[in-house]
Every structure is written in C-alpha cells, then in structure tokens.
Design a protein around this ligand. Structure first.
Ligand code: ARG
Length: 267
C-alpha cells in the first residue's frame, strides 16, 4: 500500500455549504480559484514524483468530494466503500462505487448501521494499518476491514477524543514503515499509552503543528513529505531523520477541516 497510483477529484464544486466539523463555518467561503491552484500544485508535485494519477469527475451539490481519501479504501484492487456518518456526505458514495465498478475494482460495503470513513480513519504503510474510531468511524468498522483484507496487518486501534481532529488521518501518520508522527492529545489516555508502548520510532508534534498546519495529514513519498506547512522545530526534526518537507499551502482546504492527504485515494 505504498503510494504509486492515486485517484483525485478536482475541487470544482468545493465550498463550505454545511458544517459537520468545528473547522467549517458556512460564512468562511472557499476562494475557488485559489483552491484550484493549490490542488493543481499538489497534482503537479505528485506527477513529478512519479505518482500515477486518475481523475474522478466531481458532482455538483457534493462540495466535499474533493476529499476523496474519505471515499473508502483500496488494497489489492478491492474497494471497501465508506459509509459516512453525516447525511451531508452520503451522496458521494454512489459516485465512488460507480467509478470503482467501471474500473474493475470489486466493491465491498459495511452494514448501514456501521460508520466507516475510509482513509479518513485508516493510516497505513505497506501492509501495516492503524485504524481510528470515535467522532466518525464506528469501532466495529475494523471487523469489515479485516474481513475484506485478511492480508493486511492491523497494528493498532486508536480512540480519538478531540472533535477538531475528528479523523485519524488528522492525528497521526506513518512517515515510513517504522516511524509514526502524531499529536498526543488527539487520543484517549489508553490509546496514547498504546502508541508509546508499542512503537519505538515516534515523533510527537505540537498543537500548532497539528491544528494550524495539519502536519499529520501529510503524504510521504520516499524521502519527501508533502504537507501544508510546519514549525521550524518540526522541520529540523524531519531533516534529522533524513526527510525533506515539501510545503503545499492548503489554506482553502483547511477551511473544511482537511489537508493534502485527504485529496488522494491510493488505488
Ligand atoms: N469537510 C469534510 C468533512 O468534515 C472534510 C474531510 C477532510 N478529510 C479528512 N480525512 N479529514 O468530512
């Protein structure tokens, strides 16, 4: 599941039309031209880094479709579709399923009473995955992930406690196979203890990095890490570990509570 090929959805209809997380304020509208520029910049960097990109056409009336990382998850060409907690986003799913069917990805679904928000609540590196639940995905969703992908290795199930970091992908990420970057206060005490006890290579980031720069919502590709921005301290830390930070301003997407990682679905 290292990133080689991704699906992206241009922000044509992206805006703040409802509020389903603390970042979204319907009076704080998206500058669409700027959003398109920021999205194009990410698209071009990914292309330069030899990532293959497929495009899913956005649909009017579904302003969050550009966050296609939340569409579900794909591994070994099997698609496990999202079941959004909020009605506002549920209409997106049929578009994702349609694309997957047309492109020969077998489609799997969770029962309707189980919420599952795809790569919003799954972080991974190769075969290793960590699942998160709380504000969005239901704890039981992991059973369907395991059933769909018995080949994946579940390394942890984490309980999120901060409503502003409502998706696991806003709170933690793999930087490489053995290294995790996360914001400690996003997790319950038990989950934080689990992380500290079970993972040796850990970078714990500051509140500013987590909530102003959304650093955990990054895309690591080889020695590069794409992210909105980060503090000098954190950048120095990455340099020490051999990483180069590529800053991709995500101001428009952060208005909706998402950053660069949410713009791609690894396929
Ligand atoms: N407005 C979207 C929502 O609240 C943003 C989703 C961003 N994606 C993410 N994985 N955080 O659902």
């Amino acid at each position: 599941m290292t990133i080689k090929k991704v699906l992206m959805c241009p922000p044509t209809y992206f805006d703040i039309e409802y509020s389903i997380n603390p970042w979204m304020d319907i009076n704080n509208k998206v500058d669409k031209a700027k959003a398109k520029k920021q999205w194009d910049y990410v698209y071009n960097i990914l292309t330069d880094l030899n990532i293959e990109i497929e495009i899913l056409e956005p649909a009017p009336g579904l302003p969050d479709m550009t966050f296609i990382g939340d569409a579900g998850m794909v591994h070994n060409k099997k698609f496990l579709a999202t079941n959004f907690r909020h009605a506002e986003r549920q209409g997106e799913v049929e578009h994702y399923i349609k694309w997957m069917k047309e492109n020969d990805y077998p489609v799997y679904e969770v029962p309707k009473e189980v919420y599952f928000e795809g790569l919003g609540d799954i972080v991974y590196f190769d075969e290793d995955i960590i699942f998160g639940y709380g504000p969005r995905s239901s704890p039981e969703a992991i059973d369907y992930v395991k059933e769909t992908y018995p080949e994946l290795k579940l390394k942890g199930e984490l309980h999120l406690k901060d409503e502003s970091l409502y998706h696991l992908g806003l709170a933690i990420s793999y930087i490489d196979k053995d290294t995790l970057l996360y914001y400690p206060d996003a997790f319950t005490e038990e989950s934080l203890k689990f992380l500290r006890d079970n993972f040796e290579r850990r970078i714990e980031c500051s509140e500013k990095d987590a909530k102003e720069y959304f650093v955990c919502n990054n895309i690591p590709i080889g020695n590069n890490i794409l992210m909105d921005n980060c503090t000098e301290e954190l950048e120095a830390e990455f340099t020490k570990w051999g990483y180069k930070v590529i800053k991709t301003d995500m101001s428009e997407f952060k208005k909706s509570g998402g950053s660069v990682r949410c713009l791609i679905l690894s396929i």
